[in-house]
Design a protein around this ligand. Sequence first.
Ligand code: MGD
Ligand code: MGD
Ligand code: MO
Length: 718
Amino acid sequence: MKANHEEKIVRTICNSHCGGTCEMKVHVRSGRIVRIESGGDGETSHRMCLRGRAYRQRVYAPDRLLYPLKRTGRRGSGEFARVSWDEALETVAQELKRVKDSYGNASILHFCSMADAHAVHHTQAFHRLLCQFGGYTAPWGFISNEGLAFASGITYGARPAGYTPEQYPKSRLIIMWGWNPLVTQQGTPIPPALCRAKENGTKFICLDPQFTDSAAVLADRWIPIRPGTDTAVLGAIAYVLIKENRTNQHFIDTYTFGFDRFQKYILGGEDGVEKTPAWAENISGVPAATIAELARMYAGTSPAAIVTGYAAGRTAFGEQFHRMAFALEAITGNAATASGGAPITKSVAAITQLPGPPNQVEAGAPPRWNALPYRSASVNSSARVNVSLFADAILKGKAGGYPADYKLLWLSNTNYLNQLAEVNKAAGAFQKLEFILVTEQFMTASARFADIILPVCTFLERNDLYAPPGGGIYALVNKAIEPLGESKSQLQICQALAAKLGISDYNDKSDEELVRSMVARLSQEAGLPYFDTLKERGFYRIKSDGAPAKNPFPTPSGKIEIFSGVAAKMNHPGIPPVPEYLETWESRNDPLTKNYPLQLITPHLRRRAHSQFDNLPWLRELQAQAVDINTADAEKRGIGDGAIVRVFNDRGEMIIPARVTERVMPGVVAVPQGAWYDPDETGADHGGCANVLTKNVTSPAGAFVSNTALVQVEKAKK
Ligand SMILES: Nc1nc2c(c(=O)[nH]1)N[C@H]1C(S)=C(S)[C@@H](COP(=O)(O)OP(=O)(O)OC[C@H]3O[C@@H](n4cnc5c(=O)[nH]c(N)nc54)[C@H](O)[C@@H]3O)O[C@H]1N2
Ligand SMILES: Nc1nc2c(c(=O)[nH]1)N[C@H]1C(S)=C(S)[C@@H](COP(=O)(O)OP(=O)(O)OC[C@H]3O[C@@H](n4cnc5c(=O)[nH]c(N)nc54)[C@H](O)[C@@H]3O)O[C@H]1N2
Ligand SMILES: [Mo]
């Protein structure tokens, strides 16, 4: 449709928190968004999904926070009064100064998640300000995939690279291992690339506790597998390949290190247990014959890809899953993608970093084993707190072995009360703090606990530059409308707060000026398009050639380390030198199953990005929040489809509808993550927030554990 003379079309990217970066055409008339349509110019382009299409409803949501708020009721009650920006910022500045003077900068905890990752000003704004203020305690660890990051780091000496969408249609076999890319966004161009592969005759196998939409659309075969047992099945595939001489000896000899030790483990030379398909069947529920068949198919098809999602890495020993998958790719010679990024990577990273002082809280802190360059950018000293453990850190502080006692919490771009494990424990931790600041767009579960809430505008109301250091795409986040109400961008908030804190050299440029000067440098030094071109197109795709593996690899041995020198040095029973299957806590053999016999998984949902979009009526209409339970398990409990049930364990309880289905395997229930925590007076949650049931621990390597938890389900009492 052609725009009329009073309507302008602003091209930008959807900068939500699903990781998709979809091209958006925002139609604006008289300063209001009247319509959002997808950009995109071809099959594999970044076309938008239902969430982006509904974004107008998010911008104009009646419950959007448009004014600064100050708490008037008890924490968590959600009672607030509107205050002026001046009063709100004055309070925040006083509290920051008080806590700094009384306890030191380390007692300030600030978490800024990736709701707008790679939007450069936006993500750097608070960090820079707090560093100028003398520092703060920051988190380490990727919530999403620390298991993968660690595994990739010790195996390849590099961050995970994965496959490019262009590679899928070339693959003859794609094993979707805990990967549901048609629902759980992993990059906008992926679904069309997979459809193209399907048309080309690529075979698809799906291993997942759920019969996912991706399996329904793409897979030739769904193999249900018990959560947390994937490493055993991968190990048994390795067993078949080794026994039947189907490994790629040339690749093993040339590129890998430690195969002998791995082989010894697989064949039982280490612990007396042969990792046979029968052994793995007993653990995983996948029939031995199926495992053997899968092994032969994998070895006999080339090229073949095992594509892993992150979810199986968010289990008790999640890093072992990714390590074992890497080992399998290595011994078959399928490993070829472990180098990363487009050629511009270095210059982009340097140019988009705004200058500022280092975080003083971390000065002099001894490096720790996880201080490896390929880990989360935030992992560089023992002064940090693992992001998944923030509630525990607040509750225990130094007495619990954490680097400091935490008094002030500042959350931006996150809803961590809702999104990290054990909500009830976190709610207790929030009560212990002296001051809580939340910068938000909505009254989230976390915001309800704030002392001051500062209203932030959405990405359609500010300018930014999207430039991931890993390449891929490069785009302007173009302002379409002025910020609603009194909301401000994070850059504006920091500018105003800097003045109150007596910091005079924070930054006096507007967001557009900053973007312009960065783009000018990127154009000159990295050959990226000029500002005006980018402004008009919004979007530029950096060609990636799916470069082959680097050789030598930046590992201690210079090779792909199936035997990891780094892991060996760590000398930790939970992180063995070669990938091993380790039985999870709360497995189906745990005595706890007497009370809580069902394994809980908490996958991502189509209509939300985490907890975002949960409140939008258009999207709510599409899918109800419910617990998926297998027909057999439901029948045993007298639960019919749509019945209201209690899902509970020692950590919490929720009351939600059951969806009785064959699409989740027996013994497993699924509660999609991200629904808003809504406790009643007894503490039972009616919102369906999965994290009332998850456990606040990490895997040995620091991964968030959202898919290892036992629960019981029963009919709710009337
Ligand atoms: N629509 C949507 N897309 C998103 C997001 C969102 O919230 N909504 N979030 C984005 C973000 S930040 C991230 S990190 C990624 C997350 O991406 P993932 O972690 O890969 O996504 P999940 O949906 O949690 O899980 C993928 C599949 O793994 C299965 N699974 C769970 N546990 C196990 C297990 O132990 N073994 C096996 N084999 N399978 C298992 C689930 O049933 C599911 O089908 O998604 C991104 N994309
Ligand atoms: N049980 C379970 N829990 C999980 C997961 C799981 O699989 N299972 N997945 C985990 C994963 S992979 C992730 S990444 C985390 C995500 O955890 P969070 O990052 O906490 O998730 P979001 O719901 O995206 O929260 C982002 C918040 O930022 C706000 N926001 C949006 N834009 C802006 C902005 O411009 N400025 C500011 N200040 N705020 C903004 C949104 O309103 C929203 O409340 O959840 C984790 N939690
Ligand atoms: Mo994530």
